[in-house]
Write a protein that binds this ligand. Structure first.
Ligand SMILES: Cc1ncc(COP(=O)(O)OP(=O)(O)O)c(N)n1
Ligand SMILES: Cc1ncsc1CCOP(=O)(O)O
Ligand SMILES: [Mg+2]
Length: 224
């Protein structure tokens, strides 16, 4: 086991909101999910039916209602796509994709004290560039089929192992992750599992999904 692996924290849950929601109604669902177990962060990822980023006022209203729910439970609130709104609304960070903006530009906007996460698809090169450019985490995916987004690439768990054996920057696994298929990604070394429909559409409810995923994360350890 490398020295880097010895210092890594256990894998934690990173929730991503449904792409469309009514904030007041969703707040009750979110409270139940966050009160069910350990969740590191929540990403507000609002999209139009055409998969474009939702308008600023929609993001502002959802943040006004949902960010206190998360932050009052020590769950970091991350806004997707819009570094300007993450700064304006004093969110804990922003997630940006390769088509959104460069990492350094997002950093300029949100400052040194907020999280900047970067989509790296299945690319070792993109992840190394993001790490060099000051990303607080790199996100690899999609690991499984998903209906939430049409992902550009398919990633294999080995990229999580390679990353965590080599770099200190945390890595996030995303794409079609569910209670049933999460364990191999934890074993492969993911620092966070980013989950959306696997929690919100779980047949026994979001709280049960959080409990089940927490159990898997505590039972499965990184492969030596
Ligand atoms: C944690 C995490 N990883 C990847 C993504 C995807 O971001 P992006 O490629 O910009 O695509 P959209 O989510 O904006 O459709 C993410 N949002 N979060
Ligand atoms: C945002 C994103 N980026 C790659 S796959 C994906 C969708 C994540 O949602 P789900 O967990 O429902 O597959
Ligand atoms: Mg994006």
């Amino acid at each position: 086991m490398s020295i880097i692996e010895e210092e890594r924290e256990p894998c934690r849950l990173y929730l991503i909101t449904p792409p469309r929601l009514e904030p007041r109604a969703f707040a009750d669902t979110l409270k139940a999910a966050l009160d069910a177990g350990d969740v590191a962060s929540l990403q507000l990822r609002l999209k139009t039916e055409a998969a474009e980023t939702a308008d600023a006022d929609t993001i502002r209203r959802a943040t006004e209602i949902l960010m206190p729910v998360a932050q009052s439970r020590d769950v970091a609130f991350i806004i997707n796509d819009r570094a300007d709104l993450a700064a304006e609304l004093n969110a804990d960070g922003v997630h940006i994709g390769q088509d959104d903006m460069p990492c350094k530009q997002a950093r300029k906007i949100v400052g040194p004290d907020r999280i900047v996460g970067v989509t790296c698809h299945n690319s070792r090169h993109l992840a190394m560039v993001a790490g060099e450019d000051g990303a607080d985490y790199v996100a690899f995916g999609a690991f499984y089929d998903t209906d939430t987004k049409v992902p550009k690439t398919r990633a294999e768990p080995e990229i999580l192992t390679w990353w965590t054996e080599t770099f200190v920057v945390p890595c996030v696994a995303i794409g079609g992750i569910t209670v049933e298929n999460a364990a191999p990604l934890v074993r492969a070394g993911a620092d966070f599992l980013a989950v959306s429909s696997g929690v919100w559409a779980y047949d026994q409810g979001p709280a049960a999904a959080v409990r089940a995923l927490n159990r898997i994360m505590s039972e499965e350890k990184r492969s030596k």
